[in-house]
Write a protein that binds this ligand. Structure first.
Ligand code: UDP
Length: 456
């Protein structure tokens, strides 16, 4: 205990600035936990909107900044304008707050702030760090391949070939095999102009000293090599962060643990876990097709239907008409699950996912193969990698139709093909475990990152 204290007092403070969405808060707080376990003090500077829950991390200091953003449900369609507004609104307030913290540290002789670590989408922090004369480091919470595919979008735009046909084209993206043009994260969210502006903002040359990446060599070595060639600063692939970090929850929604009790009653590797993350939504028709595909497959399922994730208030009616009788005890529906615990449960044999990067990493880390149904943005890139590069996923390419859903579930959960995918996923899990242990590339990257921070 004493040694721990001594160790900590010799380490400076780090200020973390997450983007206030679940898929970004999680990796940032996990990174904070890892760095805290290495002796750093952690302050999380966050928006009042979607504020993290401080009691889940009693060892951190949380500072909430009034952001003038109303507490509203943000859907995928609103995401880019929202991020743009966030960057416009927050700069001055964050700057004032940080300047006060720096002043206080000088007057009260507190541990100095070594640097600011900010989510790539909170790009206003670059100017703030410069103003308070602190070094900064960027955290990228998406895959390395997503970075390259966003670069490819800018390239295609410059060549004048970023047309509306891109969203359906099967042609391969030059240099990014096996990505097709239709897999590029051009997105359903926002118009291409907003999207291009977004990429330009997050990729603009900035003064940050390094880039931390929630990925690793096991999953993405070729992409990481390519990125390091292009980047003028060091990149530190230290992921999967949730595997390195001590376990704790940063859920914004209350997790329903009753599903673990339900899982306890199921046989090994039989349950399909279904969740589309924190932002994606489906319409009533898709929900119906998903439901009947699940019911007809006769496979046990645990399904997360997040409040607000169906674009029709009346969706519950859809799941009563015959559905409850057809499913019986074979299905469990919750509003939000303790996902990492669910994926680690022996009863779970497959994950129907939207392929958000955290969900993808969490699934691979538990050796769980996937049904990939990407909805927007980087999810298509991740889905393509899961199905074609790591070969641990079946991608649903078209609009959800119950017959197709039922077949995909059988292929993954029953057929030899699915068993082979599960074996490959288990192999990846083992390789990731080796990679985060002493001597592994992720482990070494983390040590190099700490050395860099200590050198500031
Ligand atoms: N998650 C969870 N419970 C749920 C659904 C999701 O805890 O019922 C977590 C999941 O573990 C992941 C995050 O929410 O860490 C979602 O992030 P991801 O990048 O997969 O998708 P996004 O929500 O950003 O689209």
């Amino acid at each position: 205990m004493e040694m721990e204290k001594e160790h900590r007092s010799s380490h400076p403070r780090l200020v973390l600035v997450p983007l206030p969405f679940q898929g970004h808060i999680n990796p940032m707080l996990q990174l904070g936990s890892i760095l805290h376990s290495k002796g750093f003090s952690i302050t999380v500077l966050h928006t009042a909107f979607n504020s993290p829950i401080p009691s889940n991390y009693p060892e951190f200091v949380f500072v909430s900044i009034p952001d003038n953003l109303s507490e509203q449900l943000i859907s995928a369609d609103d995401l880019l304008p929202f991020i743009s507004l966030l960057n416009l609104n927050c700069g001055v307030l964050f700057q004032e707050c940080l300047a006060k913290m720096v002043q206080k540290q000088e007057v009260e002789n507190e541990p100095s702030i070594a640097c600011i670590i900010y989510d790539e989408c909170m790009y206003f922090c670059d100017a703030v760090a410069k103003y308070v004369k602190l070094p900064s480091i960027v955290l990228r919470t998406t895959s390395a391949s997503t970075y390259l595919s966003r670069n490819a979008i800018l390239q295609l735009k410059a060549e004048g070939v970023l047309t509306s046909q891109v969203s359906t084209s099967q042609d391969l993206v030059p240099g990014l095999h096996p990505l097709r043009l239709k897999d590029l994260p051009v997105s359903k969210i926002g118009t291409p102009e907003i999207f291009l502006q977004f990429i330009t903002n997050i990729y603009k040359k900035r003064t940050s000293s390094a880039i931390i990446w929630n990925t690793n060599d096991v999953l993405e070595q070729p992409s990481l090599r390519e990125i390091q060639k292009q980047c003028q600063v060091g990149i530190f692939p230290v992921g999967p962060l949730h595997e390195v970090a001590p376990a704790s929850s940063s859920s914004l929604i209350k997790e329903d643990n009753s599903c673990i009790t339900w899982l306890e009653k199921q046989k090994q590797n039989t349950v399909l876990y279904v969740s589309l993350g924190s932002l994606a939504s489906v319409d009533k028709k898709e929900l119906g097709e998903m439901a009947w595909g699940l019911a007809n497959s006769k496979q046990p399922f645990l399904w997360v239907i997040r409040p607000g994730s169906v674009d029709d208030q009346e969706w519950k009616k859809l799941l009563t008409e015959g559905f409850v009788e057809a499913v019986g005890e074979n299905g469990c529906i919750v509003k939000w699950a303790p996902q990492k615990e669910v994926l680690a449960h022996g009863a779970v044999g497959g994950f129907w996912t939207h392929c958000g990067w955290n969900s993808t990493l969490e699934s691979i880390s538990e050796g769980v193969p996937m049904i990939c149904k990407p909805c927007f943005g980087d999810q298509r890139v991740n889905a393509r990698h899961a199905s074609q590069v790591w070969r641990i996923g079946i991608q649903l390419e078209n609009m959800c139709e119950r017959g197709e859903v039922e077949r995909a579930i059988k292929r993954l959960m029953v057929d030899k093909e699915g068993k082979e995918m599960r074996q490959r996923a288990k192999n990846l899990k083992e390789r990731i475990q080796l990679d985060i242990r002493e001597g592994g590339s992720s482990y070494n990257s983390l040590n190099e990152l700490i050395e860099l921070i200590m050198s500031f």
